[in-house]
Design a protein around this ligand. Structure first.
Ligand code: NAG
Length: 486
């Protein structure tokens, strides 16, 4: 009996570590992997041909439009967005980062290949009727598009590397192309991970292992190494990332929480993503002491970064930065609660941590959709409210803000569900409270459709929904038993 509990505890820690392993950059990728593989295998020759044909018909006008679009994006970036470093996190499509557009040194064919990659990445509807077939067909189409993006990038890289071109390129062109290709390979699934890592390693050496961009690549290399089962290598990459953002020249290859946070906002975000990966890594490896050290240290570090006086008076780029950090601290608290639980710390204390995590996740979600939080107990979750216009209208904030909103909703639902689960273990007298927590989880993960039936909200993952739904319905039967009808 004792043993069973112990096993459950560690499994809990493992499941949580995995779930929020790297929600900063590419959330929940672990569970996407299997689908991806199946879908890639299932790509039909027909859909690839269809996409190819449609691609060939893209006319010069569209390519001109894209050049114009990419330049304008760059010209429009405001000083606040720059000050909080959001423009440096945006995707880059080669060329002078100050000017935007593609690198003219790539030549006509090279630039065309880059733009084709952009179109299949961003405007899949131009490549064929995506909505024509739903379900499996659509999934195949998405993967066919990923494969096409990858192929276009590969040929752009081949052009870039021809001897008479490579010397004239803008210094960031090859870096941009290789980074983008590495990211696409990563999304294509486990069989492409090794190749993805090789691309990122090239980027790392092109950057000379210096600067924030290199630090971001180092976090990626850590995450991929971990997914490839190479723990020691992963630790070395995270340590490099942490030293880079803290300007620490000691060359330490053991990752630790730095004594003080770096001041550039970008550096803070990179640092927290490395620490979050580290926390999940130690939790999954069942190295509970290290996990706890990293989590407690990181939470202290985050608390030492002063938030804006009020979110309402902060500029959107500043508010988004602050909300990102708040969300990471929620995930760290959630990791910590699990580690404490596995270390047999009393459940009440674990629940306190979870409560803090749930409330923070909710605050982030409410702030992004513009619900003012006076008493969050009184608020009903809103799994479908749209992002505030101030984020949608800024091309540099739109993506990070909508990713953050999705992650905050997911982590709010996950945390409430976990609280229900732990509360249930306190004994039968706690069932009503556990049910209320499950209800809260359902509030974030589900929505009522027009037939009045609860179904998963758009951003909820199937697997999450299944767990939350089963817990909710099970406890509902216990606390509100339906009278026998017979
Ligand atoms: C209830 O939630 C917990 C925590 O996520 C999960 O481990 C468990 O499997 C869920 N129970 C059911 C019956 O799905």
């Amino acid at each position: 009996m004792f043993q069973r509990v112990a096993i459950q505890r560690t499994q809990l820690a493992v499941s949580l570590g995995r779930r929020h392993a790297s929600s900063f950059r590419q959330p929940f990728k672990f569970r996407l992997i299997n689908n991806r593989v199946q879908a890639v295998v299932g790509v039909s020759v027909v859909s690839i041909l269809a996409i190819g044909a449609a691609g060939a018909m893209l006319n010069t006008g569209m390519h001109m439009w894209l050049e114009y679009h990419l330049r304008r994006l760059k010209a429009d970036v405001d000083s606040e967005t720059r000050a909080w470093g959001w423009d440096s996190e945006a995707e880059r499509w080669t060329g002078d980062p100050e000017r935007g557009g593609t690198d003219s040194a790539l030549g006509r064919k090279g630039r065309q290949a880059v733009r084709n990659a952009w179109f299949s990445d961003k405007r899949p509807e131009k490549y064929g009727p995506l909505d024509a077939d739903e379900g499996q067909g659509a999934a195949n189409m998405v993967d066919a598009l990923l494969l096409r993006t990858e192929a276009s990038l590969r040929s752009a890289i081949a052009y870039a590397e021809t001897p008479d071109i490579v010397g004239n390129l803008h210094p960031s062109t090859l870096v941009d192309l290789l980074t983008k290709r590495a990211a696409v390979l990563e999304r294509l699934g486990p069989s492409h991970l090794g190749e993805s890592r090789a691309q990122y390693e090239r980027v790392w050496s092109l950057l000379g292992g210096r600067g924030f961009q290199a630090a971001r690549i180092a976090v990626k290399l850590g995450d991929i190494s971990q997914r490839l089962g190479d723990g020691p290598e992963a630790l070395v990459w995270w340590a490099r990332a942490i030293s880079l953002v803290n300007d620490d020249r000691s060359g330490s290859l053991v990752p630790t929480v730095p004594p003080a946070p770096p001041s550039p906002p970008v550096a803070q975000r990179i640092l927290v993503s490395a620490l979050l990966s580290l926390s999940a890594f130690y939790a999954m490896a069942r190295q509970l002491t290290q996990a706890r050290q990293i989590e407690e240290g990181s939470l202290d570090l985050l608390r030492s970064i002063p938030p804006p006086e009020s979110l309402a008076s902060a500029s959107p780029p500043q508010a988004l930065h602050s909300l990102s950090l708040l969300h990471r601290s929620a995930i760290l608290s959630m990791h910590l609660a699990e580690v404490l639980y596995a270390q047999r710390v009393p459940v009440a204390e674990c629940l306190q941590r979870l409560q803090a995590a749930a409330t923070s996740s909710e605050r982030v979600a409410y702030a992004l959709v513009g619900t003012s939080v006076r008493d969050s107990e009184q608020l009903a979750p809103s799994p479908e409210d749209p992002l505030l216009a101030e984020y949608i209208d800024n091309p540099y904030l739109e993506k990070p803000a909508s990713d953050l909103l999705r992650d905050a909703r997911r982590s709010a639902a996950d945390t409430w569900n976990l609280m229900g689960d732990l509360t249930e273990r306190l004994g039968p007298s706690h069932r009503q409270l556990a049910f209320e927590y499950y209800q809260r989880a359902i509030g974030w993960a589900g929505k009522t459709n027009e037939k009045g039936i609860l179904e998963p909200a758009g951003s909820t993952l199937r697997d999450d929904w299944t767990l939350i739904w089963r817990n909710y319905t099970r406890m509902k039967q216990v606390v509100q038993p339906v009278p026998e009808t017979k």
